[in-house]
Ligand binder design. Structure first.
Ligand SMILES: [Fe+2]
Ligand SMILES: [Fe+2]
Length: 377
């Protein structure tokens, strides 16, 4: 006689989601390389079970241009993750995990990864520590840059403790790389008797006119002048800044107040590329010899500023407000031997977009980036 059947172990999607979520955060507490794949698989599974992302969208970044380039090299970026404490928001945590997975899946691996700033949302130690813990799992060497959301609670104390100095330079395969802290502000808080939290919340607002414009500042400009003094004008220079090193739209702080002075220091070089975070969108600009490229965010896309959009920018289209992954992503740069780059935007919900060296050099006359494969909302 047949045995009575055991009740089927059916778990509802919601229960499964919560179990996976609990597993994700339990594992995050002691995250190491070995547990990371399990954790990020759980993050993906949890998101997929909620129909947050179509399964086919989880694709490793493919850098087609990198294949034929014998002398060039590739580096990747992740930017603007805006992590809250995990109890408040786990979506942004999952999205950063997804970016780390994307970059770790690149074949060949990038020479290094740049983190573009705004790792935390409100500069709190637990937010920065959570980010540091996740970023430990990036396989390639990691270079960090600071954003205003990381800085204005304790004026960068925790960030520096975790990641070191925010201003530095290094040389890689014939290119001179510079990382600057472009989010210095004049003291607007002391006179008004603001607490550190009030200062942070003021800076964190997109259109909060109570703050000062960002700047690189006198001290760092002097450092930059000294750093570049020994570099030949024929050496390609690539600069990383959190805010764009040009004046785009002041009411939103898409702006660096002393951008003209910084650009003046870069003018004598034949090849200069500036890669920036902060604007959370595809953004392309050329001013003389300097090519500027914005990075995507893993947290949310900003709309384009209502005026002053650089002519070179082919807009990514307004993202679908009902799809929390639309307009987000990560990406990579293929650096040509002359130091100019093809910038790949790996949009998670849309076709990837490449803004090529050819497009930049021809002032937008050749090789225009493909426009979005989806409608603009
Ligand atoms: Fe940001
Ligand atoms: Fe920012």
């Amino acid at each position: 006689m047949s045995q009575p059947k055991k009740p089927l172990g059916i778990t509802s999607i919601e229960t499964r989601h919560h179990a996976e979520r609990a597993e994700l955060f339990a594992a995050l507490k002691s995250l190491d390389r070995r547990s990371f794949m399990k954790v990020s698989a759980a993050a993906f599974g949890a998101a997929a079970s909620q129909s947050l992302m179509p399964p086919h969208s989880f694709q490793p970044v493919r850098v087609a241009h990198a294949q034929g380039q014998k002398q060039g090299f590739t580096f990747a970026y992740i930017s603007d993750s805006h992590l809250y404490e995990r109890e408040l928001n786990d979506r942004f945590v999952n999205q950063l995990l997804r970016a780390v997975d994307d970059i770790n899946a690149m074949d060949p691996q990038p020479d290094f990864v740049l983190y573009g700033g705004d790792l935390a949302q409100l500069g709190a130690a637990p937010e920065l520590e959570l980010g540091a813990q996740i970023l430990k799992n990036v396989k390639a060497p990691l270079h960090m840059m600071v954003g205003e959301h990381d800085w204005f609670l304790d004026m960068g104390e925790k960030w520096r403790e975790l990641f070191g100095a925010p201003t530095y330079s290094f040389d890689h395969k014939g290119v001179h790389f510079v990382v600057v802290n472009s989010i210095i502000e004049r003291d607007f808080w002391t006179e008004r008797g603001m607490t550190p939290q009030q200062r942070m919340l003021t800076v964190a607002g997109l259109d909060n006119g109570g703050q000062s414009p960002f700047m690189v500042g006198e001290e760092q400009r002097q450092w930059l002048a000294k750093d570049l003094a020994s570099i030949s004008p024929n050496t390609p220079v690539i600069v990383f800044s959190h805010s764009p090193l040009y004046k785009l739209y002041k009411p939103w702080n898409f702006w660096t107040d002393d951008a003209d002075e910084v650009q003046a220091l870069l003018r004598r070089f034949k090849s200069v590329v500036v890669i920036h975070g902060h604007t959370h969108q595809i953004l392309t600009q050329r001013i003389g010899n300097i090519h500027f490229h914005g990075m995507l965010s893993t947290a949310w896309p900003w709309p384009y500023a209502p005026e002053g959009l650089p002519e070179m920018t082919v807009q990514m289209g307004r993202p679908d407000p009902f799809n929390p992954h639309d307009g987000l992503g990560d990406g990579s740069m293929n650096v040509h031997p002359d130091g100019l780059i093809d910038k790949l935007y790996n949009l998670w919900n849309r076709n990837p977009v490449t803004v090529s060296k050819k497009y930049m050099v021809s002032n937008g006359k050749q090789d225009a980036p493909a426009t979005s494969n989806l409608r603009s909302y």
